[in-house]
Write a protein that binds this ligand. Structure first.
Ligand code: NAD
Ligand code: UFG
Length: 340
């Protein structure tokens, strides 16, 4: 029988790509999302790509009554918990809203899972939990560090909540996925990243300059102690990341306790290398200037990606050129993102 996976926040950027990967791997997918940072169109387009539109509940995951109903109406085998607010800068200005949303969502979800007899949860964590103190590349055995934002702390606290819950309940299986820098889009150009307002992240900013929505990109800092003076990150194609979730769900269903996996490529690229790759592969000039450093940015970090390879049998396959090409396909065919 087909297994059913609930994706909280499944209408979002990573959730929608993961929905495609799960459906293509033979799973049934149910999505619960309040659409606070996404569009129902993403769910419909998952249907266009795969031929199967996921069952969709427009609910706030913190609403216990509504979420309980999702478990009552569906035989949920596992949950992938994407739902959360994710803008680092906004979290500094609105810490209480971030803690309220991201922590409450997890607590309510755990209560509903217990009631609904669902024991498997995969959580979207972030490389930000390694903090500033750890040496690079980051390994899962390293202690969590001091996070640079309330957003980061919601990830660190949620990790701890889930680890504690798994210690207390021998039936519970928890997989914590620490994403590095997801970019790119599905190669169909039908789904992709659709940020509200001015993008905070590098790739959506580059693609909005390319499509003419923004005049120029500011590169935040050209005087770092890195090979070309700009920051370096472990950029990973969102479809590779999505495949990592399929493997993680399989692992989660067969194990108990908690396990942490980095999802990254293991190879860093600089901001300038990304701009150059985007220009070359898409034959488009990106206007940019080198500006001041952005507060809170680390000079460089990337993953040791061996654990996911050894235990999940997963590694990233797509290149930087794929990431730039697929981003442009999405942005050029959907210049304003999903229809609002
Ligand atoms: P996204 O904003 O596109 O997706 C998150 C989804 O959660 C959105 O569709 C939003 O509407 C929904 N949501 C938020 N709060 C909710 C609530 N209370 N109830 C129901 N739905 C709610 O973000 P994304 O990039 O797809 O990220 C998914 C997850 O991965 C997030 O938890 C994010 O923090 C984490 N993550 C993202 C990145 C990244 O760079 N994109 C990196 C590390 C971790
Ligand atoms: N950058 C620019 N100009 C821009 C946007 C970004 O130069 O307009 C640079 C940043 O300074 C950084 C790099 O591009 O050096 C990547 O920046 P992003 O904002 O795309 O990604 P971050 O590495 O800052 O963010 C990631 C995750 C977050 C996480 C954060 C913590 O997306 O989820 O790391 O470090 F919280």
């Amino acid at each position: 029988m087909k297994k059913t996976i609930l994706l909280t926040g499944g209408a979002g950027y990573i959730g929608s790509h993961t929905a495609v990967a799960l459906i293509e791997s033979g799973y049934d997918v149910v999505i619960a999302d309040n659409l606070c940072n996404s569009s129902k169109q993403a769910v419909e387009r998952v249907g266009k790509i795969t031929g199967t539109t996921p069952k969709f509940y427009e609910i706030d995951v913190r609403d216990k009554e509504s979420l309980s109903k999702v478990f009552e109406e569906n035989n949920i085998d596992s949950v992938i918990h994407f739902a959360g607010l994710k803008a680092v800068g906004e979290s500094v200005k609105k810490p209480v809203a971030y803690y309220r949303n991201n922590l409450d969502a997890t607590l309510t979800l755990l209560e509903c899972m217990e009631k609904g007899n669902c024991n498997n949860i995969v959580f979207s964590s972030s490389a930000t939990v390694y903090g500033e103190e750890n040496p690079i590349p980051y390994e899962e055995t390293m202690p969590r560090g001091a996070c640079s934002s309330p957003y980061g702390w919601t990830k660190a606290f949620t990790e701890q909540i889930l680890i504690d819950a798994s210690k207390a309940d021998p039936e519970l299986s928890v997989v914590l996925l620490r994403y590095f820098n997801p970019i790119g889009a599905h190669s169909s150009g039908l789904i992709g990243e659709d940020p509200n307002g001015i993008p905070n992240n590098l790739m959506p900013y580059i693609s909005q300059v390319a499509v003419g929505k923004r005049d120029s990109l500011t590169v935040f800092g050209g005087d770092y102690d890195t090979p070309d003076g700009t920051c370096r990150r472990d950029f990973i194609h969102v479809c590779d990341l999505a495949e990592g979730h399929v493997k993680a769900v399989g692992y989660c269903e067969e194990h108990k306790g908690s396990e942490i996996f980095n999802l990254g490529t293991g190879t860093p690229y600089s901001v300038l290398e990304i701009i150059n790759a985007f220009e070359k592969v898409n034959d488009i000039k990106i206007n940019y200037t080198i500006g001041n450093r952005r507060e809170g940015d680390l000079p460089q970090f990337w993953a040791n990606a061996e654990k996911a390879q050894n235990i999940l049998g997963w590694s990233a396959k797509k290149t930087i050129d794929d990431m730039c090409k697929d981003t442009w396909k999405w942005q050029s065919t959907n210049p304003d993102g999903y229809e609002k």
